[in-house]
Design a protein around this ligand. Structure first.
Ligand SMILES: [Zn+2]
Length: 559
């Protein structure tokens, strides 16, 4: 392909403020090369919710949240007699697509597209119908792992004798010998484990190589008296690409997420306490994997528009941001954040080596993070106010008036939903009761007002509102939908990005880029403006193509 390409890197969770700090310290030399040749800017993430699905959807479609309609990691189902107020779907579900991503416009204009490991792309296996026209000739390559998860990641305690382990319905045995541990597959193949200390120590294990299914295993040591041995297995994914490609299999199994969730469980005392260096090494390995994917995809499937996803910065920020900022930049947590940023930068350098002079490069994040110091559980407040009732460990819909949903929205249990009990005439009174309950909330440990805020009017767009009332906490606090336990708890994680309504400097998203497609371009101040830059770089007509791109019949609808 002789024509100029547009490369779009998504650095999930990269904070503009942190990246600028690291640039000033000279820690990101390859990004520095990009900025020296091009541009750097901060962007406001979408709102009111700024979790990854609305963040990515905003970048990809160029629409604000209330127009594309993706309200968070999960979205309540629209009001109907088929669904109760408790039902929701993943915010990553491509059926959320109400507006075309910019690559749909590019394909409609007969440009070529390669999409590497991103959400909202067409399903390479065609199991899920795409709500937009999908001219296969235009898609050089679509690679996905995230939507084909076969088994969740696990952390297994290693015993003195033999530990039995089930992964994707196959049984493996781990034997302890004099020197260490050995994993035996069902066919008897043996793989010795090495203690996990650096990214190279993560061992790929194919469960079904021809089907592209595999996992990674790592032997971890947890601190304590006595110290204990654990086996971490990454999530098991099927690696899918369209058209089918053998080269991703040569890179090893899909490595979609690191050990972050297990790490934070250990920190809050519900699992083994893992070292920060373990989290750092695994997350760097994730960064390297996605960097390698990008380099290989650029070599194998050059296209007019190429999109690459990189999850590592988001993962380390969720775990480390609070501790990192407390001792920036020299503490152990800060060093872990730095190492992951540097690995991502190193991978950027490898990609830059494959770029032509007339190519345009854009790097954007979907949101930054804010340090989290405390968590609040609004459903406990609703319970105390008699607005939410439990039966056993579940919500009793027959006696529940309102529910806080993890996306930040409170939903009134109206009679126009399955199992609803609040008639139209009582809706206003119930909503006022919810507002009063939130306003009156007091932190039991300090006796001071909790400072919860809420609004009925934060959804000014043409997508249906996800709920009745959006609730957000004061800065550095996060909201959790738990039904049990205290109202206020210590934080489960170190950084989060639930809402853009918080005034935190680290929440701003990153935009950087260089190349002729950016020449003289006005840089956006919001994430929703990036798609316009991509359209400009691709020389797409901005309004002419949009009109013909209605979702295809039958593709829409959440349930
Ligand atoms: Zn994200």
């Amino acid at each position: 392909m002789a024509l100029a390409k547009t490369l779009w890197l998504i650095w999930d969770g990269a904070s503009y403020a942190l990246v600028v700090d690291l640039l000033q310290r000279g820690a990101l030399p390859h990004l520095q090369r990009v900025v020296a040749r091009g541009r750097l800017a901060a962007m406001a993430p979408p709102g009111p919710n700024s979790e990854t699905p609305p963040g990515l959807m905003t970048l990809f479609t160029g629409c604000e949240e209330a127009d594309h309609g993706t309200p968070g990691f999960t979205g309540p189902l629209p009001s109907s007699q088929q669904h109760s107020v408790l039902e929701s779907v993943s915010g990553f579900d491509s059926r959320w697509l109400r507006r075309p991503p910019v690559w749909v416009e590019a394909a409609a204009a007969r440009q070529t597209v390669s999409l590497v490991c991103t959400a909202f792309a067409p399903d390479p296996l065609h199991r899920v119908p795409y709500p937009w026209p999908y001219p296969t000739a235009s898609y050089c390559c679509v690679i996905d792992g995230y939507n084909q998860e076969i088994a969740r990641p696990q952390l297994v305690r290693l015993r003195v004798g033999t530990t039995t382990l089930t992964m994707a319905e196959q049984t493996y045995k781990v034997n302890r010998g004099k020197q260490g541990y050995t994993v035996y597959s069902p066919t008897g193949a043996a793989m010795p484990l090495v203690p996990f200390q650096q990214p190279e120590d993560l061992l790929p294990l194919w469960l079904d190589r021809t089907a592209g299914i595999g996992t990674y295993v790592a032997w971890l040591r947890a601190a304590g008296m006595p110290e204990s041995d654990w086996l971490w297995c990454s999530a098991v994914h099927q690696f899918a690409s369209y058209p089918p490609q053998p080269w991703p299999h040569d890179l090893g199994p899909f490595l979609g997420a690191g050990i972050g969730w297990f790490f934070s469980r250990g920190v809050i005392g519900k699992g083994p306490r893992l070292a920060v260096s373990t989290l750092q090494a695994l997350t760097c390995r994730v960064a390297r994997f996605f960097g390698e994917m990008a380099v290989q995809a650029l070599a194998h499937h050059p296209a007019d528009l190429m999109l690459f996803y990189q999850p590592a910065i988001d993962e380390i920020s969720h775990q480390m941001l609070r501790d990192a900022l407390a001792d920036w930049p020299y503490g152990a947590a800060a060093q872990a954040m730095l190492a992951v940023h540097q690995e991502v930068d190193h991978q950027l350098g490898r990609l830059l080596d494959g770029l032509e002079d007339d190519d345009t490069l854009l790097i954007s994040s979907d949101h930054g993070h804010e340090p989290i110091h405390r968590a609040i559980r609004p459903n406990i407040l609703l319970r105390h106010a008699g607005l939410l009732t439990l039966k056993g460990d579940k919500i009793d819909l027959a006696h529940t008036h309102a529910v806080f949903h993890s996306s930040g929205w409170v939903l009134v249990n109206r009679t126009d939903r399955a199992g609803g009990i609040v008639p139209r005439g009582e809706y206003e009174a119930i909503l006022q009761e919810v507002e009063q309950c939130l306003d009156a909330a007091v932190d039991p440990t300090t006796g001071k007002p909790m400072g919860l805020r809420h609004s009925r009017s934060l959804w000014q767009g043409d997508a249906p509102a996800p709920g009745d009332l959006f609730v957000w906490a004061p800065p550095h606090m996060e909201l959790r939908p738990y039904l049990f336990g205290p109202v206020c708890t210590p934080p489960e994680i170190g950084g989060n990005h639930q809402t853009s309504l918080h005034d935190s400097p680290y929440l701003q998203a990153l935009l950087a880029g260089c190349g002729p497609g950016l020449h003289d371009a006005l840089l956006p101040t919001r994430n929703s403006g990036v798609a316009t830059l991509i359209r400009r770089a691709l020389r797409l007509a901005t309004t002419a193509t949009l009109g013909i791109l209605a979702p295809s019949p039958g593709g829409r609808g959440q349930g």
